[in-house]
Design a protein around this ligand. Structure first.
Ligand SMILES: NC(=O)c1ccc[n+]([C@@H]2O[C@H](COP(=O)([O-])OP(=O)(O)OC[C@H]3O[C@@H](n4cnc5c(N)ncnc54)[C@H](OP(=O)(O)O)[C@@H]3O)[C@@H](O)[C@H]2O)c1
Length: 175
């Protein structure tokens, strides 16, 4: 039986009060509590990201202890940059929406997380049933912004996992 992919993808990201998520292809902030939350939630799972997000990671490397799926229309990019992963099923590269949809429909996907960036959220948020959202209680100068109206229309807060003066980490479900 084919799995309904809407039942298994979870988005996870942090945004500021205005929906900003990045600047010059990096995170404009550093909140250790948010990073440890991301690590705990995605540990041993599968993370799906766009190529820009891959190169925004520390040392431009895929994350350890997780399966990394990268979306790029140019597979050679990853082969050139990551020869050490060539013969290992560590980084899977998808070149189109059709390719990733085929896998998501055919495989039983549990613990798969969409981690960004904006282009990949535009593509895959419609298939995410849950969302871990960290709201940064400040405004940063960002050049990549989420559509807050879309998020509000689609998701509702289920519970607050952690909160302090600077951030709120919440778990959201479909409305
Ligand atoms: N705050 C957060 O939690 C968070 C999380 C993640 C990222 N970010 C930030 O977001 C920014 C990056 O976001 P972004 O929107 O620029 O980039 P992105 O979504 O990470 O990656 C975009 C790239 O993905 C590939 N791609 C997109 N759609 C595709 C499709 N349908 N088929 C195949 N490949 C596809 C293309 O790669 P090619 O050009 O190689 O073909 C495209 O250039 C950075 O500033 C980063 O720091 C923030």
């Amino acid at each position: 039986m084919h799995m309904n992919i809407r039942s298994s993808l979870t988005a996870i990201f942090a945004m500021d009060q205005s929906g900003g998520i990045g600047k010059n292809n990096v995170l404009p902030w550093h909140y250790p509590k948010d990073l440890s939350h991301f690590k705990n939630v995605t540990n041993k799972g599968t993370i799906i990201m766009g190529y820009n997000t891959l190169v925004s990671l520390p040392n431009q490397k895929p994350l350890k202890n997780r399966s990394n799926i990268v979306l790029t229309r140019n597979k050679d990019k990853c082969i050139v940059n990551y020869p050490e992963y060539n013969d290992k099923p560590y980084v899977l590269v998808f070149k189109s929406e059709e390719e990733i949809m085929a896998v998501l429909k055919e495989q039983e996907v549990t613990n798969w997380f969409v981690i960004g960036g904006k282009q990949v959220f535009d593509l895959l948020l419609p298939y995410c049933k849950h969302m871990w959202l960290t709201i940064i209680k400040k405004d940063y100068d960002c050049d990549v912004k989420m559509d807050k109206k879309y998020l509000d229309e689609r998701f509702i807060l289920d519970h607050v996992e952690y909160e302090d003066d600077e951030i709120q980490i919440g778990y959201y479900k479909l409305k």
